[in-house]
Design a protein around this ligand. Structure first.
Ligand SMILES: *Cc1c(COP(=O)(O)O)cnc(C)c1O
Length: 305
């Protein structure tokens, strides 16, 4: 269950958590057209708090809205300030931040022209998305029978509420079969991404991640590419097939929620020796140094509270 906090920002005001309710005719609830973000705030090594890549997340929220013909009734600065205000009001030193842009009630049907565009910002404490054990020991993944959206079918670059039916079906399918996370193939059969994370594999010291074609352009994915190159690794964006995941030396997932989570098994085949590999561990360590403000090279990615 989500651990509640005191206040939620809804349509410009901070209101008590328990009062942040919407009408049953809320358009997004019926048809899924809404957009959201997932952002993390970390307690830094010097006991301050910093939001990781706030401006990139807010920018992507506005891009998602543009893709969906939704006009957010606030500026990017107003949303950024509201996020800071909500964390401070809840006295949160670290946690997860969920901005949600949704269509309110008025007309029903598939032509929500005059319905209000509403915005909520919810914050709550959230530990490792795939569990502490997942973060340290790695997870067991399975390729789902559900394909990732085709670019002609849905907008894969936007975090659109309705897109996640596809992800949830994949995740439910594999978790019901006893695995931790679903890896999805694109409609051509190549590896795409996990239900809510991008995927990386390492083969003979070469790090690869899938190109942006059918996947969400993860900000963690971008951070890892940047950090890994600074560390001197060769990292490329290239399509690969599921059997390349079976034979790679290391594999891991990336996302704001999942951070860097090693994959220790795919479709009942151990990845490498079945434990998180050395490159994965080095990248994980480097990533946590960055988000906790220990690495001054990436100071510009942090917004201190
Ligand atoms: C949010 C998300 C990711 C990860 O993106 P980040 O910006 O790293 O959090 C990857 N894939 C999907 C489908 C997502 O929804």
């Amino acid at each position: 269950m989500v651990q509640s906090v005191k206040l939620i920002w809804l349509d410009g005001k901070l209101i008590p958590w328990e009062d942040a309710n919407v009408h049953i005719l809320t358009h997004t609830l019926h048809y899924g057209l809404g957009v959201f973000e997932g952002i993390r705030c970390y307690k830094t090594h010097d006991n301050r708090s910093a939001i990781f890549r706030l401006s990139e997340h807010v920018h992507r929220l506005f891009d998602s809205a543009t893709i969906c013909f939704m006009t957010i009734p606030y500026s990017a600065d107003e949303i950024s300030n509201a996020i800071l205000e909500t964390l401070k009001a809840n006295e949160m030193q670290e946690g997860y931040i969920r901005p949600l842009v949704f269509i309110g009630d008025e007309a029903m049907g598939l032509h929500p022209q005059k319905n209000p565009i509403r915005v909520g910002i919810i914050t709550w404490p959230w530990g490792a998305y795939l569990g502490e054990d997942g973060l340290t020991k790695g997870i067991r993944a399975k390729i789902s029978s559900i394909a990732r959206h085709h670019v002609n079918v849905s907008m894969t670059k936007a975090k659109i509420c309705g897109n996640y039916v596809n992800s949830i079906l994949a995740k439910l399918e594999v978790t019901r079969a006893g695995y931790d996370e679903a890896i999805m193939l694109d409609t051509d059969g190549y590896v795409s991404e996990a239900s809510g994370e991008n995927i990386f594999i390492v083969t003979h010291d070469l790090i690869r991640t899938t190109p942006l074609t059918s996947v969400l352009a993860g900000i963690t994915r971008n951070s890892i590419i940047t950090i890994a190159r600074k560390m001197g690794y060769t990292i490329i964006e290239e399509r690969f097939s599921r059997d390349e995941v079976y034979t790679c030396d290391e594999a891991f997932l990336s996302g704001t929620a999942a951070e860097i989570t090693p994959i220790r098994e795919v479709d009942d085949r151990p990845v490498g020796n079945g434990r998180p590999g050395p490159i994965t561990k080095r990248l994980q360590e480097a990533f946590f140094d960055v988000v906790k403000g220990k690495d001054k090279q990436f100071e510009s990615w942090l917004t201190y509270l």
